[in-house]
Write a protein that binds this ligand. Structure first.
Ligand code: GDP
Ligand code: IMO
Ligand code: MG
Length: 430
């Protein structure tokens, strides 16, 4: 299985970073293909605990090449900070390459993201405020600044001059904000380009050669399938395609070259930000799932916001499997359910007199569905030390098997704790 796309199959934070770190030692190349520093990928391994936003989670294996692909939007200041932090902690970034084609998040993107959110009032999306939406919008409008532009003084100045004039009109006349200085931004971003220049490359030959030689390649997703701009709970989505189609586009690989799509699912569901969440639970019932007080509490890695929590939603996840061609599942955080006497799983939706098989497309309708629950017995036994499927209690094995059956993909990996070794490989990914 040389090329594997690892994607989130819920609303993000499924534990993608954990699994990329695990699989990186088997991969020759890890390519982060989309999103920006809205992502927060936590890695817990023998080197420590790391929260990565832009650098691929394969960075901890010194022999693995890590690429930030053309589909990513990059805040250079955040990326430089991350590289510095990794180096300071003894992690080499010598084999990190950044695509020249990736777009740059500019200061006006961040300002506009935050100003637009405030002006939405109660209708806010709950974005991470990192400038992601405005950066992708500019890319599509063909007024984006790309990483390559940071290395060419004249191009940067010309493109920036054109776009900043319009952004400043928007900032001052619509949002009553202060205008930004062309001179300051130009010098600052030119300097970012210089600082990153050793890493900036045409990444196509790196990716193409690895694929051609059948080297194991891991495509690292950010966000999750239900945050997809086309297939997610629009408009409560991110501004990119986080799934397997986005993996092709954002890495520069054709769909025929992807051999397996590994969908990462939490054993329950979480969501950060606004938007419909049919299986959401609150109050006492939610306490166990929130895990407040543990290092893996359901708190956003990027923004520190409390994540909303709920039961596993098989309708949503089955849809994510179908839209992305997921063939294999990684079920994470099974250990979080260890103390529960019974566990609910949503197997269908009720909508007035009907039972829709697929998630309704509009928020107005989706907000009205009532989950139909199946209650499965809990195992009330710690699973964190299990390393083989047969080490898991029968009820935990049955729970994982039921999730796979409901969503329609085979089981690949189960994780029972945040550590690199707290994983059970049922079917090898590479
Ligand atoms: P990502 O964005 O998909 O990489 O996920 P995040 O890092 O944002 O959130 C996942 C959280 O769960 C992090 O705190 C991880 O350390 C933690 N985690 C990952 N896998 C497991 C697991 O199997 N059990 C537990 N208890 N925590 C896990
Ligand atoms: P990882 O890679 C969870 C959510 C935001 C918000 C919506 C739009 O760590 O799984 P944006 O800033 O992208 O315009 O916000 O998307 N969101 C995430 N939620 N995990 C993420 O990334 C997310 N990236 C964006 O909370 O609801
Ligand atoms: Mg995350």
């Amino acid at each position: 299985m040389p090329v594997v796309a690892l994607i989130g199959a819920q609303w993000g934070d499924e534990g993608k970073g954990h699994l990329v770190d695990l699989l990186a030692s088997k991969a020759r190349l890890v390519v982060r293909y989309g999103g920006g520093n809205n992502a927060g990928h936590t890695v817990v391994n023998p080197l420590g605990t790391f929260k990565l936003h832009l650098v691929p989670s394969g960075i901890f294996d010194p022999s693995t090449v890590n690429v930030i692909g053309p589909g990513v939007v990059i805040d250079p200041e955040v990326l430089l900070g991350e590289i510095k932090d990794l180096e300071a902690r003894g992690v080499t970034t010598a084999k990190l390459f950044i695509s020249e084609r990736a777009h740059v998040i500019m200061p006006y993107h961040i300002m506009l993201d935050q100003l637009q959110e405030s002006s939405r009032g109660a209708g806010k999306i709950g974005t991470t405020g990192r400038g992601i939406g405005p950066a992708y919008a500019d890319k599509m409008s063909r007024v984006g600044i790309r990483v390559a532009d940071l290395l060419h003084e004249e191009t940067l100045l010309n493109r920036l001059r054109g776009v900043l004039e319009e952004k400043n009109r928007l900032l001052t006349r619509i949002y009553n904000a202060k205008p930004l200085s062309l001179h300051d931004i130009y010098l600052r971003y030119l300097d970012f380009g210089h600082q990153l220049s050793d890493h900036i490359a045409n990444v196509h030959p790196i990716i193409h050669r690895a694929v051609e030689k059948d080297f194991p390649v891991l495509l690292e997703g950010a966000q999750g399938a239900l945050l997809d701009v086309d297939h997610g709970t629009y408009p409560y989505v991110t501004s990119s395609p986080p799934g397997s189609a986005g993996a092709c586009q954002g890495a520069g690989i054709g769909p025929t070259q992807i051999n397996s799509v590994l969908g990462v699912l939490k054993a329950y569901t979480t969501r950060v930000g606004e938007g419909p969440f049919p299986t959401e639970i609150e109050g006492d019932e939610a306490t166990v799932l929130r895990q407040i007080g543990t290092p893996w509490a359901e708190v956003g890695t990027t923004t520190g916001r409390l994540r909303r929590v709920g039961w596993f939603d098989a309708v949503m996840s089955r849809y994510a499997v179908q839209v992305n061609g997921i063939d294999t599942l990684a079920i994470t955080k099974l250990d979080v359910l260890d103390t529960l006497p019974t566990i609910k799983v949503c197997t269908g939706y009720r909508l007035h007199e009907t039972q829709p098989e697929y998630p309704p497309a509009t928020v107005a309708v989706l907000s009205q569905v009532e989950p139909i629950y199946e209650e499965l017995p809990g195992w009330q036994t710690p699973t964190t030390e299990a390393r083989r499927f047969q080490d898991l209690p029968d009820a935990a094995q049955a729970y994982a098997a039921r999730l796979c059956q409901l969503v329609g993909a085979r089981l690949g990996i189960i994780s029972v704790g945040p550590g690199r070794d707290q994983t059970i490989v049922v079917n090898e990914v590479f």
